[in-house]
Design a protein around this ligand. Structure first.
Ligand code: AMP
Ligand code: MG
Length: 348
């Protein structure tokens, strides 16, 4: 698969997950659907109720704002300005950007820097997801790795200002911004009186309430062995929560017969290879699910499961490269259905 086809695959994935997971609204309640390409991914929303169309329109407006403030490549964005001023001066940012950076630092702290928001230059070096993806040389990586200290992000809450103290690193919120965006869409939808909705931001799923008929939502977990999106390893039944998956199949390129994916272990500078091929986190706030799915992917099964068990209200479903499925204690077997015989469910 070539990187340039990824948006198309994301669309197919999102559509398949949506169609496979939603039945006809039995109460014949009004339903609105909306889709857009933003935040480097394809985003679909479905909301039920009288005000659903207007509510979705407003939620997508909010999404556009987040896209323009948090994209690294938009000259006007907070993130671009922080990186441009790295090693020079602090930048005053929007409360949203401040909150996302603050949360990213929290996850860097609790993962000992495995989640690393200043990994931007390493991400750029690999270029995964671009038309110039390449395997960097050891020398190139060695120039960057010793500097990957996220303490170089200095926050000044009073002034809503952020300073990157060194220009040897750059800020990248790619592992957390979509989660925040989902939470914000939820906030807007709820403000508009929506009590039943589902959002899919390129595989980051958030559901509000239950389906209109009161049933749980059934969310698909992509089979990480299949390049065809929408082929599911498992489904999970949930209400009023977010479910975010990080997987090596999401964004990668191949060089000399080896796949290189986009989730980088800051300890090596290489795509994480700690035995996990898919990590799904279930937790009410999508920002937490997003940060943790990336973190657990890199930490590996033992450390990842231990971290998630230590956090209240957070659950995980992990698929390892030997095709075992592990869950944390709150994922019961009536919630999870394995859809492919190649996976062995290790009940918790
Ligand atoms: P996700 O798909 O949420 O797991 O996030 C992957 C994205 O997060 C990548 O495309 C990078 O932009 C960024 N990223 C990669 N490795 C890390 C890391 N160790 N810490 C934080 N962000 C990362
Ligand atoms: Mg993430």
């Amino acid at each position: 698969m070539k990187n340039k086809f990824l948006p198309i695959f994301s669309i197919v994935l999102a559509l398949l997950l949506f169609t496979s997971c939603s039945k006809q609204n039995s109460n014949a309640e009004p339903v609105a659907n909306k889709a857009m390409q933003l935040l480097d991914t394809f985003i679909i929303g479905r909301a039920y109720g009288d005000n659903s169309k207007r509510a979705l329109d407003l939620a997508f407006e909010r999404l556009k704002q987040i896209d323009s403030t948090m994209s690294r490549y938009n000259f006007e964005s907070d993130i671009y300005k922080i990186n441009e001023n790295a090693g020079k001066k602090a930048v005053i940012v929007s409360p949203s950007t401040y909150f996302v950076i603050e949360t990213a630092i929290h996850y860097a702290n609790i993962t000992n820097g495995t989640f690393n928001p200043v990994i931007g230059k390493v991400i750029d070096l690999w270029g995964i997801g671009t038309d110039h993806a390449k395997v960097p040389s050891k020398e190139e990586l060695n120039m960057l790795l010793p500097h990957l200290d996220y303490d170089q992000l200095e926050l000044d809450k009073h002034n809503s200002a952020v300073l990157l103290t060194s220009d040897k690193v750059s800020l990248d919120l790619g592992a957390i911004a979509k989660g925040y965006a989902a939470d914000e869409m939820k906030r807007i939808l709820q403000e508009q009186g929506i009590t039943s909705a589902s959002l899919n931001l390129g595989g980051n799923v958030l559901v509000i309430g239950s389906k209109p008929n009161g049933d749980s939502w059934t969310i698909g977990i992509q089979n990480p062995l299949e390049s065809e999106r929408g082929k599911l390893a498992a489904t999970i039944k949930v209400k009023d929560t977010s479910l975010v998956t990080s997987g090596s199949y999401e964004r990668y390129f191949e060089y000399e017969g080896k796949k290189y994916h986009h989730i980088i272990d800051p300890a090596t500078g290489y795509p994480a290879e700690n035995g996990i091929i898919s990590s799904t986190i279930i937790t009410p706030n999508s920002i937490d699910a997003d940060a943790l799915s990336t973190s657990v992917y890199i930490l590996g099964k033992e450390k990842g499961l231990a971290l998630i068990e230590s956090l209240p209200n957070v659950e995980a479903v992990i698929i390892t490269e030997d095709l075992h499925v592990y869950t944390t204690s709150g994922v019961t077997s009536d919630m999870l259905t394995i859809h492919s015989e190649e996976f062995i469910y290790e009940k918790s």
